[in-house]
Design a protein around this ligand. Structure first.
Ligand code: 13P
Ligand code: 13P
Ligand code: MG
Ligand code: MG
Length: 368
């Protein structure tokens, strides 16, 4: 059967500051989604990473479906109302429009959706990150689907041996390009090594794979909040879905890149580079300097459209070392204080409140 997995997220208010989604807001989400179970949704789950509320929904309406998006919007609106009543910080932060108009894209929330023919066993991992941007998934997606030092199956499983096809979005020029690995690996890296500009949107199998070449095997949200809002309101805090096993990277190969807490842009005021720390949901509460940035991973088996799970994939001592390294790197980066490369580049600060600070200095500059 054909199933659509829609992961839609928004920050609608934090307790305290930009720290965490309080349980009351998750209860709102459960209540609203429960009303739509069986009739619109096959199944759903609700989670959070830091101050971002994440809705995980299965249905058969396809991507960008108006009804599914409207339900997500209703959840966020209702949760934002409660956030306002509770005086939570940044209540309604990511809801940039008043009225819903057919699709949540461009309205603030982040969206990762894919439709596929459900396999007899369909393992998927839903990732969600706080205090960072969409391009944060570039490094792990490359390693999962294109790096044989990460994914043993690229060498020893004939189904993976042909490689994969990456759909890369230029987030500034609003263009996309498809690139095949391993053939175009170096060209691909030339682009996605600049995660502030290029982001992997989807990964596909190549022709001849057991999965249809038009069915994504991974999808990421690429919404850029400052661009949609025209000002800094918070970070994108992206989500991603990766299918695993049977001709695809194994679950452990999907998890492996996160053993290295790579540097991502975001953290305090969306303006600092820091390590992406893999954590269980219970530890998805960025505190130190509003971080360091966090990633959670929930594993499900999808069966007849139902979500069996979740398994909290980073709730595993084998990621303790990554967390230790992330803490050491956080110490090291923090000691730079307001200096680059801890603080993001001058160019990137144009999207924050920095221009207002510099405005008052403008007239004081004299020619050299
Ligand atoms: P405030 O001025 O709202 O405290 O801004 C700081 C901040 O949290 C940026 O998101
Ligand atoms: P969020 O994007 O998670 O709301 O964080 C905003 C921020 O400025 C944290 O310092
Ligand atoms: Mg926030
Ligand atoms: Mg957030």
């Amino acid at each position: 059967m054909k199933v659509t997995l829609s992961v839609i997220k928004a920050d609608v208010g934090g307790l305290v500051g930009h720290h965490v989604v309080p349980v009351e807001l998750e209860e709102v989400a459960w209540g609203v989604l429960e009303e739509h179970k069986d009739e619109l949704l096959f199944d759903f789950d609700v989670t959070h990473v830091g101050d971002d509320l994440v809705l995980i929904m299965t249905h058969d309406r396809g991507e960008d479906n108006e009804e599914v998006h409207r339900v997500a919007w209703d959840v966020f609106k209702e949760a934002a109302e409660l956030a306002k009543e509770m005086g939570l910080y940044g209540a309604g932060q990511d809801l940039l429009k008043e009225a819903f108009s057919g699709n949540v894209r461009g309205m603030g929330p982040g969206v990762a959706e894919m439709s596929f023919e459900e396999r007899p066993s369909e393992p998927v991992i839903v990732f969600a990150a706080d205090k960072t941007e969409a391009g944060a998934w570039n490094l792990p997606l490359f390693r999962i689907f294109a790096d044989p030092f990460n994914t043993a199956g690229l060498i020893i499983d004939p189904h993976l041996h042909n490689g994969f096809r990456f759909e890369v979005w230029d987030l500034i020029e609003h263009k996309k390009v498809f690139m095949n690995t391993p053939e175009e690996m170096y060209d691909l890296l030339a682009l996605i090594g600049s995660p502030g500009r290029f982001a992997v949107k989807r990964v596909f199998p190549k022709p001849g794979h057991v999965i249809d070449e038009n069915e994504p095997v991974a999808v990421a949200s690429t919404e850029r909040l400052y661009e949609e809002a025209g000002r800094y309101v918070g970070k994108d805090d992206p989500v991603m879905v990766v299918r695993a096993q049977h001709g695809l990277p194994a679950v452990g190969e999907v998890m492996e890149p996160f053993a290295f807490p790579h540097l991502v842009a975001g953290w305090m005021r969306g303006s600092h580079w820091g390590p992406l720390m893999p954590v269980s949901v219970k530890d998805a509460k960025p505190t130190r300097f509003d971080g360091p940035p966090r990633v959670i991973a929930l594993g499900y088996q999808i069966k007849n459209g139902m979500l069996i799970g979740p398994e909290d994939m980073f709730d595993d001592p084998s990621f303790d070392r990554a967390r230790e390294i992330a803490n050491a790197v956080a110490d090291y980066m923090r000691r730079h204080g307001p200096f680059e490369p801890h603080r993001v580049s001058f160019h990137d600060l144009e999207y924050t409140t920095m221009p207002k600070v510099l405005e008052k200095l403008r007239d004081r500059f004299e020619p050299l």
